[in-house]
Design a binder for this molecule. Structure first.
Ligand SMILES: [Zn+2]
Length: 460
C-alpha cells in the first residue's frame, strides 16, 4: 500500500457511506482510505477539523460562465477559480457561451484551453455548444474532451451563440445520441414571452412566464423520448414543470434537472423596484413557486443545485435606470452556493447527506466524474473542504473574489463558512490566513488546477 502523507479528520465527515467521526487518509492526490477517527499514522501531516466542523467533498459546480477569452473583462479564469476555491468548489465546468469564440467548434475549444492553461486554481472542465449548423463539429469536440453540449431555445443574449429550433435539434440530437453525449438545455421558448418596458419586477416576471419554460420542457421530453438523447434542464425555475418531469423520469425518459441558489432563496414579492441585480433568466418567481422547487429537490425530480454563475460588468446591469428588460441577466454566486443552499436547506430540515448529493455527488455524476469527484471514498481525488455549518456571516461584496461585486446577496445573513479547501491533497484556500499571506499562498497555487476531460475523450 502507498504511503499516507496527509490525514484530514473530524467528528462529522460526510463520506460515501456514512456521516460521523472518521480520518481520511491521503496519498499524493488521492484518498487511499477512510478509517476510524482514531486511526492515524506517525510521520504524516494531520489536519484536524474543529469538533463542530463539517468535512465534506469539494463542491462540483457544473454551471459556470467564465466568459474568457473575448469577454475576460466580465470574469476570467483567475478570478472565477479563486472565488471557487474560497467557496469550497474544487471542480467547475465552464459554459460554452459569452466567450469569443464560443465553444461551438473544435478550434474554439482549443482557443479556450489555451486561454485557461496555467490560469486556474481549481479543476476545470468545459461544455461545448449546439448552435444551428455545427453538427459536424460535435463528435470532434467530444473526442477532444468537452463533457457534453449546451443549447438555447431562446436568444442567448450574445449574437455569436444563436439559439436552436426544433428543426435544428432534429439534426443535432441523433448525433448526440450516437456519441452518447448529454444535451443541456436553456429551456424557455419564445412563444409565451411578452414585451415589457419598465422598472417593475412584476412586469419583467410576466414577460418571462412559467409557460415559456413549461412548453420548452414539454418539447425536450418529447425529443428525448424520440431520439434517446440524455437531456438535462439547466436552471429550472418554473415549478409548474415538475409534474411532467416527474412523470417522464418515471417512464424512463433520460431527463434530469438542476436549479440554482437564487431560485431557492429569493422570492419575487420582495424584489425592489429597479433592483436589476436580481435579474436572471428564467426569472426568480413567487415564494409559492420556490417552496415547490424545494419539494422537487426533496423527491429527487431536481437532483442538483448549481450556481449558474453569470457575471458581467456592473454598468451592464443598468442599476441607474433600473430597466429590467435591458439589463444583462445573470447572478454571480459561485462562492456563495454552499451557504445559500445550506441556510435554506437547514431551515427546511434537510440533511448534510442531501446537501452533499445536491452540491457534490450528483453534479459529478452528471459529467461522469463520479469515480473521481464529489465523494469522499478510497480511490477518489482528495478534494475536501472543512466548513462550519453554524457560523453565520453577512455577505459583503468586498469579500467576494469574482471580478464584479454587484450582488443581490449583499447584506444577506447566511449560515456556513468555508474554512479550508483542499484540491487533490493540496490546500488551496484557508480562511484563517491574513490577506497578504493568503495572496502570496494563492499565487503559489495558481495553475495547480487541471483540465477535466469528458468521458468521450481520449485525453488522460
Ligand atoms: Zn447559465
Amino acid at each position: 500500500m502507498s504511503d499516507v502523507d496527509l490525514i484530514i479528520r473530524g467528528q462529522t465527515v460526510v463520506s460515501a457511506d456514512a456521516i460521523g467521526p472518521a480520518s481520511i487518509h491521503v496519498c499524493g492526490e488521492k484518498i487511499v482510505a477512510v478509517r476510524p477517527f482514531e486511526d492515524v499514522l506517525e510521520n504524516c501531516e494531520i489536519v484536524e477539523a474543529a469538533s463542530d466542523a463539517i468535512v465534506m467533498p469539494g463542491l462540483v459546480d457544473t454551471h459556470v460562465h467564465i466568459n474568457s477569452p473575448g469577454r475576460t473583462e466580465w470574469e476570467g479564469f483567475q478570478t472565477a477559480t479563486r472565488a471557487a476555491a474560497a467557496g469550497g468548489v474544487t471542480t467547475l465546468i465552464d459554459m460554452p457561451l459569452n466567450s469569443i469564440p464560443p465553444t461551438t467548434t473544435l478550434a474554439g475549444f482549443k482557443t479556450k484551453l489555451d486561454t485557461a492553461k496555467d490560469d486556474c486554481f481549481v479543476d476545470v472542465g468545459f461544455w461545448g455548444g449546439v448552435v444551428p449548423g455545427n453538427t459536424s463539429e460535435l463528435a470532434r469536440m467530444f473526442a477532444a474532451g468537452v463533457v457534453g453540449f449546451k443549447c438555447f431555445l431562446v436568444p442567448s443574449g450574445v449574437d455569436e451563440f444563436p439559439h436552436v429550433t426544433e428543426d435544428d435539434l432534429r439534426i443535432a440530437m441523433p448525433e448526440l445520441s450516437r456519441i452518447d453525449a448529454m444535451l443541456i438545455v436553456h429551456a424557455e421558448l419564445p412563444g409565451p414571452m411578452k414585451a415589457a418596458d419598465n422598472t417593475d419586477y412584476e412586469a419583467f416576471l410576466r414577460s418571462r412566464p412559467r409557460a415559456a419554460e413549461d412548453e420548452a420542457i414539454e418539447l425536450m421530453i418529447r425529443l428525448s423520448r424520440e431520439f434517446g438523447t440524455r437531456v438535462h434542464i439547466v436552471h429550472l425555475s418554473s415549478s409548474d414543470a415538475l409534474p411532467m418531469l416527474r412523470e417522464a423520469q418515471a417512464a424512463g425518459v433520460k431527463i434530469t434537472a438542476e436549479t440554482c441558489p437564487h431560485y431557492l432563496h429569493f422570492a419575487s414579492e420582495t424584489i425592489p423596484e429597479g433592483a436589476t441585480e436580481f435579474k436572471c433568466c428564467p426569472p426568480i418567481r413567487e415564494s409559492e413557486n420556490r417552496e415547490k422547487l424545494w419539494q422537487g429537490l426533496a423527491d429527487g425530480t431536481i437532483d442538483m443545485v448549481v450556481s449558474d454563475h453569470s457575471p458581467c460588468p456592473a454598468d451592464m446591469k443598468l442599476r441607474e435606470t433600473g430597466d429590467f428588460m435591458a439589463a444583462w441577466g445573470g447572478i454571480a454566486s459561485l462562492q456563495l452556493r454552499l451557504p445559500v443552499t445550506w441556510t435554506e436547506a437547514r431551515r427546511r430540515g434537510f440533511s448534510l447527506r442531501e446537501l452533499t448529493n445536491w452540491l457534490c455527488t450528483n453534479p459529478a455524476r452528471q459529467v461522469s466524474l463520479e469515480t473521481r469527484k464529489g465523494t469522499i471514498a478510497a480511490g477518489c481525488d482528495a478534494d475536501i473542504i472543512i466548513w462550519d455549518a453554524t457560523r453565520s456571516f453577512s455577505v459583503e461584496a468586498d469579500r467576494l473574489y469574482h471580478r464584479h461585486k454587484l450582488t443581490p446577496y449583499q447584506g444577506e445573513i447566511l449560515n456556513g463558512v468555508v474554512e479550508k479547501t483542499f484540491l487533490r491533497g493540496k490546500k488551496i484556500y484557508d480562511e484563517s490566513h491574513k490577506e497578504a499571506q493568503e495572496a502570496q499562498k494563492a499565487q503559489e497555487q495558481l495553475g495547480k488546477g487541471e483540465f477535466i476531460y469528458g468521458g468521450g475523450s481520449s485525453q488522460p
